[in-house]
Design a binder for this molecule. Structure first.
Ligand code: SF4
Ligand code: SF4
Length: 173
């Protein structure tokens, strides 16, 4: 397959994003997309790469997928992982003793553990794995949910433009 190589400069990584639409076209006409970073070439298949180009590597995986269906699945999976990492690594929900901050701030009779439990029904979603304390499925709509407490008290929001894979591949090509 013909190669299209984009040179990514260490001190100007963001310049790559401006080329994404053009790269989609190159892919459609049969090129495989590579980036050249620090004198190394990457196509998105590599297991090891510098941390600062992780988003670019994921974008290459999407661009170089062979079908629209495969591309859609990658966008879905990577976006879910991205949101999981944001919430988990930064503990945005402020979990302590298995209860989120929003619920800890409610009166005792209104508290549930998290938004995976219905506030009126008090039934825990059947997709929640109690042993592993995580969701058994990848539901992007759940992962995009930000409760009013986080939105208004902690000013946390996840509009599409903040998630690069959804922003650049909102319309799958
Ligand atoms: S989104 Fe809000 S209600 Fe849901 S777990 Fe996080 S802090 Fe709790
Ligand atoms: S699907 Fe998963 S994230 Fe969504 S409410 Fe159920 S357990 Fe929670």
């Amino acid at each position: 397959m013909k190669k299209k190589i984009v040179i990514v400069e260490k001190n100007n990584i963001n310049k790559f994003y401006k080329k994404i639409n053009w790269l989609k076209l190159q892919r459609l006409i049969g090129y495989k997309i590579y980036i050249s970073y620090n004198n190394e070439e990457y196509s998105g298949e590599e297991k090891k790469y510098p941390e600062e180009i992780e988003v670019l590597i994921n974008i290459l995986k999407i661009l170089n997928a062979s079908t629209k269906y495969e591309r859609l699945n990658i966008v879905y999976d990577i976006s879910c992982d991205y949101l999981d990492n944001e919430f988990r690594n930064k503990n945005l929900c402020g979990f302590k003793n298995d209860m989120c901050e929003c619920n800890r701030n409610k009166p005792k009779d209104k508290q549930v553990y998290s938004c995976c439990t219905g506030t009126t029904t008090r039934i825990l979603c059947d997709k929640f794995d109690k042993k592993l304390k995580t969701c058994k499925i990848k539901s992007i709509s759940c992962k995009l949910f930000v409760c009013p407490y986080l939105r208004f008290q902690k000013k946390i929001k996840f509009p599409i433009k903040k998630i690069p894979y959804l922003h650049y591949f909102y319309i799958i090509f």
